[in-house]
Design a protein around this ligand. Structure first.
Ligand code: URP
Ligand code: ZN
Ligand code: ZN
Ligand code: ZN
Length: 469
């Protein structure tokens, strides 16, 4: 019997802290050896000239999530995880959305049913708490955290989701006691409603005005308030999808006060601007997401946040709707006002190539920062042991990258369920040419070779120590 099932030979390994040339020996789905001249294997994969990186972990994706009457997300678990694998990812963290009045376990049952035997890569779930009732806070949530559902998301905006400050405090208190990490979507709901009403009354109803209804101050105020509420309870939080300098500076200041506030940004805030929608008419709906992309100065701010570690997480916020579809961006109501355009854009497959190309290839961040921002920090933040690094004992979740390969992003080459990419035409240098999950190739030489029954659900550890016994 050979010593290894597979050896990846002669590649350049990068982790969050080191870059070096070595061979990787894999057995039973795990990395069991890293060294020189490992050859005794059933299969030897030559990676000379290539980078050997941990598979990407995307800790912010929406898959098969109900999004309003008559609206259907463009991806199910099979298509989203297939696209993710082509983009160099081996793990995703989608949301399990609680409907109003719904027990959390019932919602989880639905999402597990959608995901089980239907994922090309591994996954776990964040809970979206839409209805923090007494039983959710008192019994359901603490029990689920103990069962390994150790993170959740709450919203300060959206009609069906926005929690009051009182409710946010209640959720944060339960999170502190049970050891769950809370993500907060920080935008001021009332301010958005006020601005949207005024824009509509003035006849400014096209997709371009979506951004005008949620300017930076709306995000900054809510970010500051979210951090203050977390400070009151003394609990870590994640501010997700930060789009600009002012919100980022709230995180920076909170850190200087000694608070644990994690920050996340996304590709749309690095390469899109609100002006991209300006002359597009209804087609601007393709770019409608919240918070909206801002301007060049905000893009620069987000780069600084990544460089300086204010943002430790770089996620896609993949939230795919078809454009040319009444069940997607063009609902019957969407033409009457931006208010009815489903929020969210696809990006699960393009997240890593965009950050690699714009970040590493253009010299804005190091390769080690890239690995930290796209894999290692997600595993550490959300309690994923054995994921997110190339190290002995870790799962053999590996993306092999060709740092010199160029491509032009185009819908025709992507594998998601959406009918467009907001990044059409973006020139990329650096591409993931193979993706391996627990020792088996999922994507190789541009082809899907894995099976959608191979991706597993993973229960997670607690991201921090709970405060109560
Ligand atoms: O517009 C967005 N980001 N839609 C997805 C839902 C969310 O708030 O993350
Ligand atoms: Zn499951
Ligand atoms: Zn959000
Ligand atoms: Zn999101």
């Amino acid at each position: 019997m050979a010593a290894f099932d597979t050896v990846i030979r002669r590649g350049t390994i990068a982790t969050a802290s080191e870059t070096y040339k070595a061979d990787v020996g894999i057995r039973d789905g795990r990395i069991v050896s890293i060294g020189e001249a490992l050859t005794d294997a059933d299969e030897v994969v030559d990676a000379a000239g290539m980078l050997v990186l941990p598979g990407g972990i995307d800790s912010h994706v929406h898959i098969s999530q109900p999004s309003g009457p008559g609206i259907v997300m463009a991806d199910d678990f099979a298509s989203a995880t297939r696209a993710a694998a082509f983009g160099g990812n081996t793990f995703v963290m989608p949301y399990c959305l609680q409907a109003k009045g719904q027990p959390l376990r019932e919602a989880l049952k639905d999402y597990h049913a959608l995901a089980d035997q239907n994922c090309h890569i591994d996954h776990s779930f964040h809970l979206i708490i839409a209805d923090p009732t007494e039983s959710v806070l008192g019994q359901e949530l603490p029990a689920l955290v103990a069962d390994g559902y150790t993170s959740l998301k709450i919203f300060m905006t959206y009609a069906d989701l926005a929690l009051s400050d009182f409710q946010i405090l209640e959720v944060l208190a339960v999170a502190r006691e049970s050891g769950a990490l809370v993500q907060i979507h920080a935008e001021n709901y009332d301010a958005i409603r006020f601005l949207a009403d005024r824009l509509e009354r003035a006849g400014n109803t096209g997709p371009y005005f979506h951004g005008k209804s949620r300017p930076i101050v709306v995000e900054r105020e809510a970010t500051s308030r979210a951090i203050s509420l977390a400070e009151l309870i003394d609990v870590p939080i994640v501010i997700v999808h930060v789009s600009n300098r002012e919100a980022m500076d709230e995180i920076r200041r909170a850190r200087m006060r000694g608070l644990t506030i994690h920050g996340e940004t996304c590709p749309q805030y690095l390469v899109l601007t609100e002006d991209d929608l300006k002359d597009l008419g209804m087609e601007g709906a393709k770019y409608v997401c919240s918070p909206p992309p801002r301007d060049k100065a905000s893009q620069q701010a987000c780069w600084e946040g990544l460089q300086q570690g204010i943002f430790s997480l770089f996620s896609s916020d993949h939230c795919p709707f078809r454009y040319d579809d009444e069940a997607g961006k063009l609902t019957p109501n969407a033409r009457s006002s931006f208010r009815w355009i489903p929020n969210g854009i696809p990006g699960i497959e393009t997240r890593l190539p965009i950050l690699f190309s714009e970040g590493v290839s253009k010299g804005r961040i190091s390769l080690n920062q890239f690995v930290a921002l796209t894999a290692t920090n997600h595993a550490k933040t959300y309690g994923l042991a054995r994921k997110g690094s190339i190290a002995v004992g870790y799962d053999a979740d590996i993306a092999i990258w060709d740092p010199g390969r160029t491509a032009t992003l185009s819908q025709k080459d992507l594998h998601h369920g959406a009918d467009y990419t907001p990044y059409e035409g973006l020139e990329i240098t650096g591409w993931p040419i193979a993706t391996m999950l627990r020792g088996r190739f999922v994507v190789r030489e541009g082809k899907l070779v894995g099976d959608k029954s191979y991706g597993r659900y993973l229960s997670r550890g607690k991201p921090f120590k709970p405060s109560a016994p």
